[in-house]
Design a binder for this molecule. Sequence first.
Ligand code: NAP
Length: 251
Amino acid sequence: MKIVVIGGSGLIGSKVVSKLREAGHEVVAASPASGVNTITGEGLAEALKGAQVVLDVANSPSFEDKAVLEFFETSGRNLLAAEAVAGVKHHVALSVVGTDRLSESGYFRGKIAQEKLIRESKIPYTIVHSTQFFEFLGGIAQSGTDGDTVRLSPAFVQPIASDDVATAVADYTLGKPVNGVVEIAGPERVRLSDLVQRFLAKTSDPRKVVQDVHARYFGAELKDETLVPGPNPRIGALGFEAWFALPKPAR
Ligand SMILES: NC(=O)c1ccc[n+]([C@@H]2O[C@H](COP(=O)([O-])OP(=O)(O)OC[C@H]3O[C@@H](n4cnc5c(N)ncnc54)[C@H](OP(=O)(O)O)[C@@H]3O)[C@@H](O)[C@H]2O)c1
């Protein structure tokens, strides 16, 4: 099968590209670095020629509210139009568990717009909703940092290792379109503030986490269940301790 991975140079993209190639498929790792740009359209038609499946794991270079919305709207529109011309049979996209509950957040308004375009297109699709990646914990800590303090919500999270995300996404890419959402998550449900404190302690980071139910996550206040999946997610193998024990390049 010819598969195009948009965002194929990214954290998840590069792992999925390796897994799909190991399974014997012809895979194009597409991103601006390799001359394929879903915003300008550069190289897009060429990359999609003869492709049966497209996986979109691109992300916005800027997380500023307006820039994110513009990125996902323009990228989604250009990509789906090019896929229709190329006769692509399955569009797979990676999004976030709870996206539909997070419209208060500029970042998530971008993801909502991306998903809406996919649902409204005529191309069969699978939207994979993942929980937060363990690799993103440092970024979450940074987003709540004020001096030596990290103010974070105690809402529940069920984070997952990027390698488990890539394995699941590769399977859905090779499977039949679901024409709906599937959810993936890690094996343990914990409070966000507690997990980030554990992460900081393990990395000898002196910052202290302060629990605050009003602390915003990318602009949105969280309820206990906002970021956790429904009853039947696919569960990744690695919990926090096992992920942290991986040799540095792998985490
Ligand atoms: N972080 C989390 O915890 C989390 C949780 C659930 C879901 N997700 C979703 O997972 C997805 C992938 O995240 P990630 O962390 O793997 O992303 P990442 O490492 O930041 O990679 C982003 C990718 O997007 C590409 N890209 C940027 N602008 C592009 C453009 N104009 N055209 C084509 N490609 C473009 C980049 O290409 P270059 O390298 O060439 O610039 C790069 O390959 C995102 O959609 C995110 O919403 C994230």
